[in-house]
Design a protein around this ligand. Structure first.
Ligand code: PEP
Length: 279
């Protein structure tokens, strides 16, 4: 379950506790042996995966190994990309149907490196989202500005063209990753205030398009040079529902530290302590 609905008795409004997502985007890293040894170490460093949704996205060729290494745990395996057709003469492509059949539950869509190096656009992102949802996968759709200017207009356009055409039912299954490109792999993290402001902006677009309940429920995670030493202050922001992690996810110790942060994280407590009751 992605989130639990709460009713605030005083205002009779609904809000949501959103289960944090901690995602690993391995990009073009790790072979089969490295995948196996990552999982062996990572599993030994986390004693409870229940505090967040852990999603590890290795390269395609490592997926089968990752799926079996994650057996008997709640670790989810995801792909980093998909094609929008199910099958056909599309050399080199992999479909959502194939990804699902390989044991994945998630797929990253529209990562900035796909947009920058492989010509992906908001239009292809939308096609991929629809294909992922039709295949029964949970898409983690990435949006974010390349420079620290025009943030509002870039996010508005990416949302409007790449995400907003989805139906409410389709949208309910998405995870949105806000990834400012200037912070990816750069060692330059957005400050908690900058990240939270962008997340609020995105949530505002969701409210306008699909209403307050959809906005309350959607997980919006942050990506861009997240590491154990900067994660806590980001995670403390009410708006930030987890992370998509590149570099720091390659090391079992640092990725485990990010997952374990969810256990000690006080936000979930503070969210629960809103004098609300579950419905
Ligand atoms: C990413 O590529 O999604 C990412 C966030 O990378 P990094 O953590 O290395 O900045």
């Amino acid at each position: 379950m992605n989130s639990s609905l709460l009713v605030n008795k005083a205002t009779n409004t609904q809000s949501a506790i959103r289960l944090p997502v901690i995602g690993a985007n391995w990009k073009l890293h790790k072979d089969l042996a490295e995948t196996e040894s990552f999982f062996e170490k990572f599993r030994s460093l986390v004693d409870d995966f229940g505090y967040c949704e852990v999603v590890i996205c290795p390269p395609f060729l490592d997926i089968a190994t990752a799926v079996s290494a994650a057996e008997q745990t709640t670790i989810h395996i995801g792909a980093q990309n998909l094609y929008w057709e199910n099958d056909g003469a599309f050399t080199g492509e992999v479909s959502g149907k194939m990804i699902k059949a390989s044991g994945c539950s998630h797929v990253i869509v529209g990562h900035s490196e796909r947009r920058r190096y492989f010509g992906e656009t908001d239009e292809t992102v939308l096609k991929k989202l629809v294909a992922a949802l039709e295949a029964g996968l949970t898409p983690i759709v990435c949006i974010g500005e390349s420079e620290r200017k025009n943030v509002e207009s870039v996010l508005e356009k990416q949302f409007r063209c790449g995400i907003a055409p989805l139906s409410a039912e389709q949208f309910a299954k998405l995870i949105i990753a806000y990834e400012p490109i200037w912070a990816i792999g750069a060692g330059k993290t957005a400050t908690p205030a900058i990240a939270a402001a962008a997340h609020r902006l995105i949530r505002g677009h969701v409210t306008k398009r699909l209403g307050a309940q959809a906005a309350n429920q959607v997980r919006i995670i942050y990506g861009g040079s997240v590491k154990p030493d900067n994660a806590q202050s980001l995670m403390a922001q009410e708006e930030i529902d987890g992370f998509l992690v590149g570099g720091a996810s390659l090391d079992a110790v640092s990725f485990a530290a990010l997952v374990n942060l969810c256990k000690s994280e006080e936000k979930s407590e503070s969210r629960i302590n809103q004098s609300c009751n579950y419905v």
